[in-house]
Design a protein around this ligand. Structure first.
Ligand code: PEP
Length: 251
């Protein structure tokens, strides 16, 4: 199965010109990527660059969506708007948005709106800390159950889950997760999905790892039936490193 690598540019870069330069460099560096789907998620103002994507391997995604579908919601963006701009995937529930006050209920609403607009949500889940008692497992389990509330069996085929432990994300992270930590969570997530939707859907569920992914650790997460792909923050802003990550997970 082909792997998925999501580039989350966050609030970078600072100008239209730099965004175009970055997109061109990423497309060029990844043009030989085999069996890999690359989803680039720029900030909203730069979504127009979908028109400039030349590589068939690169697909446009967005980093967020409003919880409402239209109307008097100043500063918000709807799923239909994203769809009309060419986005196919949308990140929801990123920990940086959860820190800004988004809860599972809001994320669920966003996710349902995306599905209605035929967009694929990339649902981020992950614990803030790991405790010895294993409470972090049920914390992530609750995130999944609440965020997927009302999602039908047939809609599940359009959803990607990204496990991103908060302690592993960004420049302030303690460290990246280990493969074992990821695998434990992957099995747990599949069990939660299986309990709700059955074993077949759980088996085909796409689960990514995110959190300080770099060219050195990327292969560890993905090899031997590990993650179905990766969600990359910092290193997606560096075309050479991003391309090295793609190369590291090549079959
Ligand atoms: C992220 O923000 O989702 C992320 C994984 O960032 P980083 O790769 O910088 O840890």
């Amino acid at each position: 199965m082909s792997k998925i690598v999501v580039a989350n540019w966050k609030m970078n870069p600072q100008s239209q010109k730099e965004a175009e330069v970055l997109l061109n460099a990423l497309s060029k560096e990844t043009k030989n990527a085999k069996n890999t789907k690359i989803i680039i998620c720029p900030p909203f103002p730069f979504l127009y660059i979908s028109k400039k994507i030349k590589s068939k391997k690169v697909i446009l995604g967005a980093q967020n969506v409003g919880k409402d579908t239209e109307g008097s919601h100043t500063g918000e963006v709807s799923s239909s708007m994203l769809s009309s701009l060419g986005a196919r995937y949308v990140i929801v529930g990123h920990s940086e948005r959860r820190t800004d006050g988004e809860d599972n209920k809001i994320i669920n609403q966003k996710l349902l709106n995306l599905l209605k607009s035929k967009l694929s949500p990339i649902l981020c889940v992950g614990e803030r800390n790991r405790d010895k008692e294993g409470e972090y497992l049920s914390f992530v389990g609750e995130q999944i159950k609440e965020c997927l509330s009302g999602v039908s069996k047939s809609q599940m085929a359009n959803i990607i889950i990204a496990y991103e432990p908060i302690w592993a994300i960004g420049s302030g992270s303690i460290r990246e997760a280990t493969r074992e930590e990821f695998m434990e969570m992957k099995i747990y997530i599949k069990k939660i999905i299986s309990d709700i939707y059955g074993a077949k859907i759980a088996h085909s569920m796409i689960i990514l790892y995110g959190g300080s992914v770099n060219p050195l650790n990327a292969g560890t997460f993905v090899s031997d039936d590990g993650a179905d792909g990766l969600l990359v923050g910092r290193d997606s802003l560096n075309p050479k490193k991003f391309s090295a990550i793609i190369n590291a997970i090549k079959d």
